[in-house]
Design a protein around this ligand. Structure first.
Ligand SMILES: Cc1cc2nc3c(=O)[nH]c(=O)nc-3n(C[C@H](O)[C@H](O)[C@H](O)COP(=O)(O)OP(=O)(O)OC[C@H]3O[C@@H](n4cnc5c(N)ncnc54)[C@H](O)[C@@H]3O)c2cc1C
Length: 401
């Protein structure tokens, strides 16, 4: 595997790192004390600067106004942007829009692309993805109660979803609903585009998560679909293809997620080391002199490097053999990187002592918000079971001496 970073990517990552340091990290105190809605005008100015630098929507298709970077190139970008919670939003490559853009690009009709994909890539609107239900396990989404029943040229949708991230202020949702209850489990559901101003699309609340209900892009919506009527032309892909499309949404997207987490690791690691060398702990001595702190720093440095190389390897495998054949690697990075990140955030917080618990640094924000990484996008345990099953299957027909 070749780890050489092209000149183009060296220039791009340097520009992004400088922008993050100069324009976005100084905005973080405002993020910690004000609502996202209040910050939006300032964030829009930053987005405009990114457009002028021609760094807007790095991973999205050029024909819709993105930069068209490939998987490995955007992985490096995602790492730089992960160094601040504002990075991906300001550069127009934030979840869940990024995943929605990918599937609209792959499966949307020309009409759907013009109406929804183009303004989404341009950053004029936002979207959300509505799959997980309150009463049924998100880990086994074939168990789904939300239905979309045909009526004339329309679907009528009924169901209760939650964790529809960023629903607050979104222009449309891509909703997963059962369209054929009699079909085999993986062909029962379809994805349907639902404009959020459709009667019957009712946002009940932004769910309080770790003490914060959040708002706008940083909210997680609970949505009641009550006789919500949309044209059948809003279905994405063929009827019954919901789970097949959901799979497409997860593979390459995981590389970007994991590299964002590596960016978080890098930021917390920097803060931890900077604190260690400046915090006096005894006359003439800083925390950095303590062996236990040194051990944490050495372990975190190695863990981050190992996790980062695993992600780059998974990206390389996707390029060489495709996402299906690389599914073990894609699953492994999910739980390895999420746990590495939690460990690094926790250690960084601990080194900061009482300061780490406050909102005077970004560490506590990451601690609250990133715990979810072990749950969304497939809980750790689901990926571990899947990886173990595939490994063990090989041993059923293999003799080991
Ligand atoms: C911050 C955040 C944002 C999210 N954003 C979105 C979004 O935008 N759109 C959306 O549709 N959903 C979203 N989700 C929902 C997320 O996808 C689900 O929470 C996740 O799939 C787990 O489903 P569940 O919460 O129903 O847990 P359950 O399925 O009830 O699982 C609970 C626990 O059981 C264990 N478990 C589950 N299955 C197995 C198994 N096979 N073997 C062993 N143990 C198992 C795991 O420890 C798991 O954490 C988000 C969640 C969070 C926390």
């Amino acid at each position: 595997m070749d780890f050489t970073v092209s000149e183009k990517m060296q220039t791009i990552t340097q520009m992004i790192n400088e922008f993050v340091d100069k324009e976005l990290i100084p905005m973080e105190p405002a993020l910690l004390t004000r609502s996202f809605k209040e910050l939006r005008p300032e964030l829009e100015e930053k987005r405009q600067m990114v457009r002028q630098m021609e760094l807007w929507a790095p991973n999205h298709p050029t024909e819709y106004g993105g930069m068209g970077l490939n998987l490995k190139e955007h992985a490096l970008v995602s790492e730089c942007l992960g160094r601040t919670p504002l990075g991906h939003y300001v550069f127009g490559c934030q979840a869940p829009d990024a995943g929605n853009i990918e599937i609209l690009h792959m499966f949307g009709t020309e009409e759907q692309k013009e109406k929804w994909l183009r303004p989404l890539v341009e950053g004029q609107i936002r979207s959300c993805f509505s799959m997980t239900e309150v009463e049924l396990p998100g880990s086994n989404p074939v168990m789904m109660d939300t239905t979309a029943v045909k009526d004339g040229d329309d679907y009528v949708i009924n169901g209760q979803k939650w964790y529809t991230s960023s629903a607050d202020g979104a222009r449309f949702a891509i909703v997963m609903a059962v369209t054929d209850p009699a079909a085999s489990p993986y062909q029962r559901a379809s994805m349907i585009i639902v404009p959020t101003d459709t009667p019957g699309f009712n946002q009940v609340r932004n769910i309080p998560v770790m003490g914060e209900a959040g708002d706008d892009y940083f909210g997680h919506g609970e949505i009641l679909y009550q006789n919500c009527r949309v044209p059948q032309a809003n279905r994405l892909g063929p009827e019954g293809s919901g789970f097949a499309i959901a799979q497409e949404r997860l593979g390459p997207g995981r590389i970007h997620h994991c590299m964002r987490w590596i960016g978080i690791c890098n930021r917390c690691f920097d803060l931890m080391c900077a604190r260690a060398v400046t915090r006096p702990i005894a006359p003439g001595e800083t925390l950095a002199a303590k062996q236990i702190i040194q051990a944490w720093i050495a372990e975190c440095a190695a863990d981050i490097q190992a996790a980062r190389l695993m992600v780059l390897y998974a990206a390389d495998r996707i390029d060489k053999v495709g996402a299906k054949a690389a599914r073990n690697e894609i699953s492994m990075i999910k739980y390895v990187v999420a746990n590495t990140m939690m460990k690094v955030i926790d250690r960084a917080l601990q080194v900061h002592g009482g300061l780490g618990m406050t909102d005077d640094t970004i560490i506590a924000w990451y601690y609250r918000h990133e715990r979810a990484s072990r749950i969304y996008d497939g809980a750790d345990e689901v990926h571990k079971v899947a990886v173990a099953k595939r490994i063990l299957r090989q041993y059923e027909s293999r003799r080991v001496k």
